[in-house]
Design a protein around this ligand. Structure first.
Ligand code: AHR
Length: 507
C-alpha cells in the first residue's frame, strides 16, 4: 500500500477559518424554497409558520452560519415589496430564469428572516441591481433593520414585525456580467459603488456589502471592482462603498448541453470532476493576487457565494429546476474545496454552496410525493467539518503524495487540511483514489498527543447515494483505522473516502 506523509506543526496556528466559509444558499429555484424550506402552514408536514421543521432540524446539525437569499439570478428579478404584507394580496410574478413558472411571493422577507432565526443563521440578503432601483434597495435595508418610526420601519410593523432584524450581509446584485444585467465590468463597478452607498447602516446594524464578482477566471472583472474602490484607506478611514467582491465557480465535467449524470459516471469522469474541483485552489490564488495589488492589507474580502457541482438534472424532472442526485463524488468535491478554503482563509471570508435543499449540490433532498427527506453525502462532509468553524488554520504539508495526470495537470490523490481550537486539532483527509487504499502518516510536531477519535465517510461504490427508503447508503461511521506512529499517527485511509481525525493535544 503506498504511503503519504503529512507534516503538521501543531504549535504554529495561523489565521482563523471563518465559520462563514460554511455558508449556504436558498434561491427561488425549483423545489428549493417551495417544497424544500417552505410548505405553508396548511401542510401535513410538521412546520412552523410554513417552514419545514425537519429541514431546520437537519440543518442545525451543520451549524449553518449564514444563508443567502433570494438568488442567484432570481435576485435581479425580485422586488421585495411584492413579498411582504398579507399573502393573499401579494402580487404574482414570472420566475423567468427557473422554469418560467409563476411565483406567488408567499415566501418573502418575513418568512426568510423567520427561517434564519429558526436556523440560528445570519441573513445574507441579495439585492436587485439588474431590474431594481437604488430607492428599492435603500428601502429594503431600512425595512429590515431600522428601529424608529421611519416610513419603512412603520410598514414592517404594520406587517407584523415590531423589532428590526439584524442583517449583516447584503449582496449588490448577482452575476452582473450575465443574468444580473449583462453589464461590462466598469459599468457595473460604478453601479455597485452607487447602490452600495444607499445600503445604509441603521441603528446598531452594520452591513457587509458584497459586490457581484467574477465568473470563474475572469480576473479582469475582479480587477475592475478593486480598481473602482480607489485608494483604500487613503482617507484615513479605510471606508469603501463595498467591503467584499464575490466569485462564482461550479464544478462541471462537460459543456452546458452535456454536463453528465450525477450518478452514472466512469472512472475518468470521477477523476475529471475532482481535478476540476481542485481548480478552486488556483482560482482563489489568482483572484487574491489581483486583490493584493490593490489591497495589500486585505481589507476587502473575497466571497465565493456560489460553488459546487452542476450535473444534468435527474431524468424526468423539470430542466429549469436543477434537481440532481448527490454521490460520494460530490462529497469529495466538497472536501477538496474546504481544504482549499482553509488555506485561503486570510482573503476568503465567506463561501456559499449552491444550494442547500433540492437544487444542485444540495445538503438535503426531499421527495415531492411523500415529503420524505434525506441527507446527502455532501451534508455529511459539512457535518464532519463543523469543528473547523472559527478554528485556527494549521498548515498541512502533504509530502511524497501520489498524483495522477488528469485534464492536463497532476491531481494529488490525497487532499488534507487541519485546524486547531480548544486544545483539539481537527485533520481532514480525502483519498481520491478510486481503487487503492493509502497509508497516511501524520507527522505531528510541536505538541503531544493525548488521544484521538476519527470518523469515516465512504461506500462500496463511488456512485453510492442516499434515497428515501435507503437514506444511509453514504453516512459517516466511527473509524478505528488510526494508530500511533513514531512520528505521530498513521491512518489506513480506504479508497474513495473522506475521514476526519480529532486529536486531543497536550503540551
Ligand atoms: O445557482 C444557480 C444559478 O447559478 C444562480 O442563480 C446563478 O447566480 C448562477 O448562474
Amino acid at each position: 500500500m503506498s504511503s503519504t506523509r503529512i507534516v503538521i506543526d501543531l504549535d504554529l496556528p495561523g489565521g482563523t477559518i471563518s465559520r462563514h466559509l460554511y455558508g449556504h444558499f436558498a434561491e427561488h429555484l425549483g423545489r428549493s424554497i417551495y417544497g424544500g424550506f417552505f410548505v405553508g402552514e396548511d401542510s401535513e408536514i410538521a412546520n412552523e409558520a410554513g417552514i419545514r421543521l425537519d429541514v431546520v432540524e437537519a440543518l442545525r446539525e451543520l451549524a449553518i452560519p449564514n444563508l443567502r437569499w433570494p438568488g442567484g439570478c432570481f435576485a435581479d428579478d425580485y422586488h421585495w415589496r411584492d413579498g411582504v404584507g398579507p399573502r393573499e394580496s401579494r402580487p404574482r410574478m414570472v420566475n423567468s430564469h427557473w422554469g418560467d413558472i409563476v411565483e406567488d411571493n408567499s415566501f418573502g422577507t418575513h418568512e426568510f428572516m423567520r427561517l434564519c432565526e429558526l436556523l440560528g443563521a445570519d441573513a445574507y440578503v441579495n439585492g436587485n441591481v439588474g431590474s431594481g432601483t437604488v430607492r428599492e434597495m435603500s428601502e429594503w435595508i431600512e425595512y429590515l433593520t431600522r428601529a424608529d418610526d421611519s416610513p419603512m420601519a412603520v410598514l414592517r410593523r404594520e406587517n407584523g414585525r415590531d423589532e428590526p432584524w439584524r442583517v449583516p450581509f447584503f449582496g449588490i446584485g448577482n452575476e452582473a456580467w450575465g443574468c444580473g444585467g449583462n453589464m461590462r465590468a466598469e459599468a457595473y463597478a460604478d453601479l455597485a459603488r452607487q447602490y452600495a452607498t444607499y445600503v445604509r447602516d441603521h441603528g446598531e446594524n452594520r452591513v457587509y456589502r458584497i459586490a457581484a464578482g467574477a465568473n470563474v477566471d475572469d480576473l479582469d472583472w475582479t480587477e475592475a471592482l478593486m480598481k473602482a474602490l480607489g485608494c483604500l484607506g487613503c482617507d484615513g478611514q479605510g471606508s469603501s462603498p463595498y467591503q467584499a467582491v464575490s466569485l462564482h465557480y461550479y464544478t462541471m465535467t462537460g459543456p452546458w448541453e452535456r454536463k453528465g449524470s450525477a450518478t452514472d459516471f466512469d472512472e475518468d469522469e470521477w477523476y475529471l470532476a475532482l481535478s476540476r474541483a481542485f481548480r478552486i485552489e488556483q482560482l482563489l490564488t489568482r483572484h487574491s493576487t489581483v486583490m493584493d495589488r490593490h489591497d495589500p492589507r486585505k481589507r476587502v474580502g473575497l466571497v465565493l457565494d456560489e460553488w459546487g457541482t452542476w450535473w444534468d438534472v435527474e431524468p424526468g424532472t423539470n430542466p429549469g429546476f436543477l434537481y440532481q442526485q448527490n454521490t460520494l463524488r460530490d462529497a469529495l468535491v466538497a472536501s477538496v474545496h474546504f481544504d482549499a478554503f482553509h488555506r485561503h482563509a486570510d482573503r476568503l471570508v465567506m463561501a456559499n454552496i449552491a444550494q442547500t435543499v433540492n437544487v444542485l449540490q444540495a445538503m438535503l433532498l426531499t421527495d415531492p410525493e411523500t415529503g420524505a427527506l434525506v441527507r446527502t453525502p455532501t451534508f455529511h462532509v459539512f457535518a464532519m467539518n463543523v469543528g473547523h468553524h472559527d478554528a485556527r488554520a494549521l498548515d498541512a504539508h502533504v509530502v511524497d503524495g501520489d498524483t495522477r495526470f488528469v485534464d492536463g495537470r497532476d491531481l494529488p490523490l490525497i487532499s488534507a487540511s487541519a485546524s486547531t481550537k480548544d486544545d483539539v486539532a481537527l485533520v481532514s483527509l480525502s483519498n481520491l483514489d478510486v481503487s487503492e487504499a493509502r497509508m497516511v502518516v501524520l507527522d505531528l510536531r510541536g505538541r503531544s498527543i493525548e488521544g484521538w477519535s476519527a470518523r469515516l465517510l465512504t461506500a462500496e461504490s463511488t456512485a453510492a447515494h442516499n434515497v428515501p427508503g435507503e437514506p444511509d447508503q453514504v453516512a459517516p461511521v466511527d473509524f478505528d483505522g488510526v494508530r500511533r506512529h513514531e512520528r505521530g499517527l498513521q491512518i489506513e485511509l480506504p479508497a474513495h473516502s473522506y475521514a476526519t481525525v480529532s486529536i486531543q493535544l497536550g503540551v
